[in-house]
Design a protein around this ligand. Structure first.
Ligand SMILES: *[C@@H]1O[C@H](CO)[C@@H](O)[C@H](O)[C@H]1NC(C)=O
Ligand SMILES: *[C@@H]1O[C@H](CO)[C@@H](O)[C@H](O)[C@H]1NC(C)=O
Ligand SMILES: *[C@@H]1O[C@H](CO)[C@@H](O)[C@H](O)[C@H]1NC(C)=O
Length: 294
């Protein structure tokens, strides 16, 4: 998270096929908390030879590591989630972070993925969930362990972070079973399953619940995505070697509505499809390992 208003907007589906398979739902918002305001971060990020400044997420944070101007509070405590034995919870996990990818898990508890960004999946058991910026997943967790406190953890995927972020730690929260002691510190028993960093769950784990036949493409398009220095040494993102430049005075959509879609400058990165019913197959190509996700 860098700045702005934050909250979850959940649209409940009256036809949710899993509606009877969980008792309650809990929203888990993961984030990276930057102890510096985004205006400063962005300036820093857009300075030649800088990779930006990522610090830790919601957690017990040692403020001596935060910039002096930040309003950091030492050991502000961990988030706590209340579980009741034998209940089944649908966790809606939302990554609101600005830059960091995580592995999300709950010690000793399996999760079953049921939904990814509004699409239902077949129920598949996992132990650790890779989640990247802006992704949303639903998992069902069955409360079937001995009454106790457990650790919910969000581990930074360090391979897809800049070097100066590699010292980042694990973000933790407490899962407190109803009837367990309030203050006892949970044991650290992380799942050990190996997951490749910077990629999503395997396709076998993310199978759609409803099979849909893709319409045949009427058009194909290739776009190369890259992150690299521009001519002034600032790292930017590019689509086919063109980095988007907004025009605040005459934004792209206004131009299009004003009938001026034909002479948009190249750096507006606009591609026009104006045949009704057209199906475009877009292939994104990247050779960038560092930003493996796009
Ligand atoms: C980008 O620019 C910086 C500073 O000008 C330089 O140190 C760095 O090597 C450049 N990186 C690439 C990938 O060209
Ligand atoms: C969300 O994804 C972004 C981009 O990878 C990442 O920086 C951030 O930490 C992720 N947040 C969570 C909660 O997983
Ligand atoms: C983007 O670049 C690739 C490779 O040069 C090219 O094949 C493709 O047609 C370009 N895409 C568009 C939409 O111009």
């Amino acid at each position: 998270m860098s700045m702005g208003v934050v909250g979850a907007l959940i649209i409940h589906d009256p036809d949710d096929p899993y509606l009877n398979e969980y008792d309650e739902e809990i929203i888990v918002m993961l984030t990276d908390y930057h102890h510096t305001e985004s205006e400063i971060l962005l300036k820093k990020f857009l300075t030649p030879s800088s990779e930006g400044d990522e610090i830790n997420g919601k957690n017990n944070f040692d403020c001596s590591q935060a910039p002096h101007v930040s309003k950091c509070v030492d050991n502000s405590g961990l988030a706590k989630f209340e579980f009741v034995s034998n209940k089944r919870y649908r966790l809606r996990i939302i990554n609101t972070s600005a830059f960091s990818a995580f592995f999300f898990s709950i010690d000793k508890h399996e999760m079953e993925v049921i939904e990814v960004e509004g699409s239902y999946t077949k129920r598949n058991k996992i132990h650790r969930l890779p989640i990247n910026v802006a992704q949303r997943y639903s998992v069902i967790v069955t409360v079937n362990q001995p009454v106790d406190n457990y650790i919910m953890r969000s581990e930074f995927q360090k391979k897809c972070m800049p070097d100066d972020a590699k010292k980042l730690s694990i973000v933790k929260a407490i899962v407190h079973y109803d009837g367990a002691p309030e203050d006892s510190a949970p044991k650290d028993v992380p799942w050990k399953d190996f997951l490749e960093e910077c990629i999503d769950l395997k396709h076998e784990t993310l199978q759609p619940l409803y099979e849909e036949n893709l319409p045949k493409a009427t058009k194909e398009m290739e776009l190369t995505i890259a992150f690299h220095n521009d001519s002034s040494g600032v790292v930017r993102a590019f689509f086919n070697e063109s980095s988007y430049v907004p025009d605040i005075k005459f934004p792209t959509l206004s131009r299009i509505f004003a009938g001026k879609a034909n002479n948009l400058p190249r750096d507006r990165n606009a591609y026009i499809f104006d045949t009704p019913g057209e199906v475009v197959d877009i292939t994104f190509i990247t050779k960038d390992n560092y930003h493996g996700y796009f």
